[in-house]
Design a protein around this ligand. Structure first.
Ligand SMILES: C[S@@+](CC[C@H](N)C(=O)[O-])C[C@H]1O[C@@H](n2cnc3c(N)ncnc32)[C@H](O)[C@@H]1O
Length: 239
């Protein structure tokens, strides 16, 4: 009997270890800002679980996108110790403002010294909360925020990606960009019947498949699924 291919949980989708090593060694790690490397090393030292911070290859892509967009106002959903937040702060103009949301302030505390050392703390408004009520508050209570963000990065709470998308389609301006992380969930999305997928990955696999289906059919955005890191969907709002 032919056995199903076992999908190994792997934060990088590139299944050729040699090629991944080549890319990281030639083009990613030598170019990673020293302060981001210090934060990455500290994060690994203080949190021994499997890595959940944005990987440096994805950080490089997001950083370059930001430099091309030159955003004045950005949103970050899911901060953890702040790798993607610091990458954002380093890649935006000096007067940019980043609204960063996470219910776990203790992890943000790990990253804050690095953010201060980089001299970019003034850009960040950290909101200690789950994201959905904050987005609703920005839209409903505070008013005036529709179309006021140039960029958003979403890396938390996968079951709410669809809900975040609907709010972000109002908060991010036409022409603005939203990036969603983990959309390929270790490659499991290509095995929707679950063959070879570890049980603990199946719930988010199903959510990622549903989110990807929805975004692919959303004609309010242009999209590109970049198979970098754990899969990044780059959406540009066009209407
Ligand atoms: C994958 S980590 C984010 C990694 C981060 N982007 C980085 O580069 O280090 C996910 C984070 O989302 C946060 N989180 C979980 N549920 C959330 C929610 N409902 N709203 C906002 N953040 C949430 C967790 O506390 C965790 O810090």
């Amino acid at each position: 009997m032919e056995m199903p291919e076992v999908i190994v949980p792997n934060p990088h989708l590139l299944q050729s270890d040699h090629l991944l090593k080549y890319i990281l060694e030639t083009s990613v790690h030598p170019r990673e800002p020293q302060i981001l490397k210090e934060l990455r090393d500290t994060t690994v030292a203080v949190d021994t679980r499997s890595p959940i911070a944005l990987d440096p290859h994805s950080g490089q892509l997001v950083g370059m996108l930001l430099k091309m967009l030159n955003p004045k106002r950005t949103l970050e959903i899911g901060v953890y110790t702040g790798y993607s937040l610091l990458a954002t702060a380093l890649s935006t103009p000096p007067d940019a403002k980043i609204t960063a949301i996470d219910p776990k302030a203790e992890w943000y505390g790990v990253g804050l010294p690095f953010i201060k050392k980089a001299g970019v703390e003034h850009k960040i408004d950290f909101i200690h909360s789950i994201a959905l009520p904050v987005l609703d508050d920005l839209l409903l209570l505070q008013g005036g925020n529709e179309g006021s963000f140039d960029f958003a990065f979403v890396d938390a709470d996968k079951n709410n990606y669809g809900n975040y998308h609907e709010r972000l389609m109002k908060l991010v301006k036409i022409g603005g960009v939203i990036v969603y992380d983990n959309v390929l969930w270790g490659g499991t999305v290509a095995s929707p019947d679950g063959d070879g997928v570890p049980d603990h990955m199946k719930e988010i696999m199903a959510m990622a498949i549903e989110f990807n289906r929805r975004i692919a059919g959303d004609d309010r955005v242009e999209i590109c699924v970049a198979p970098v890191g754990d899969g990044l969907t780059i959406c540009r709002r066009i209407s």
